[in-house]
Design a protein around this ligand. Sequence first.
Ligand SMILES: [Zn+2]
Length: 179
Amino acid sequence: MDELDKPDDARREGRSLHEARAAAGGDRGRLGQTPFGAVVVDLDGQLVGYGHNTVRAGRDPTAHVEIAAIRAAWRRLGAWQMLSGSTIYSSCEPCLLCSYVIAQIGFRRAVFAARGADVPGYKPLLGADLGKGSAWINAQPDWAPLEIVADFMRHRALEAIAAFPWAQAQTRAPLNPSR
Ligand SMILES: [Zn+2]
């Protein structure tokens, strides 16, 4: 999948990658979080939410990047039904926790750059993530279908992942992105 063929997707995936770099401290040096970003775009093409992984900063184990972006979008639009049919762009493949939320809300599309397996230490529940989850979702007659666009601008996400101090992160100590 070439980003030149899909300029709208490229712009929005670029925003999620920008958020990933900002989370890790690359652009604004403010969060010291893992290098993931996500944005939500509604049916009208408006960006209605974005987020970072704030598991550490918020001491919240469910504060994954996709959850943060969906929370922000829901609060902005006022009702989850307004999110039905939206698209989520993530710098990395959503895990099963986030995949379930994406499916429950009724997102129409999910676009992501890196694969879960690209992240050091990644241990997916049931050995699955959104790629496998969507195959199951799309086989269910009473679930909203979900289009997946995988590996979109993957090289840029891999750069952010490669630049991150994963060994330091695994100590659970506060992150210092300058080290
Ligand atoms: Zn997740």
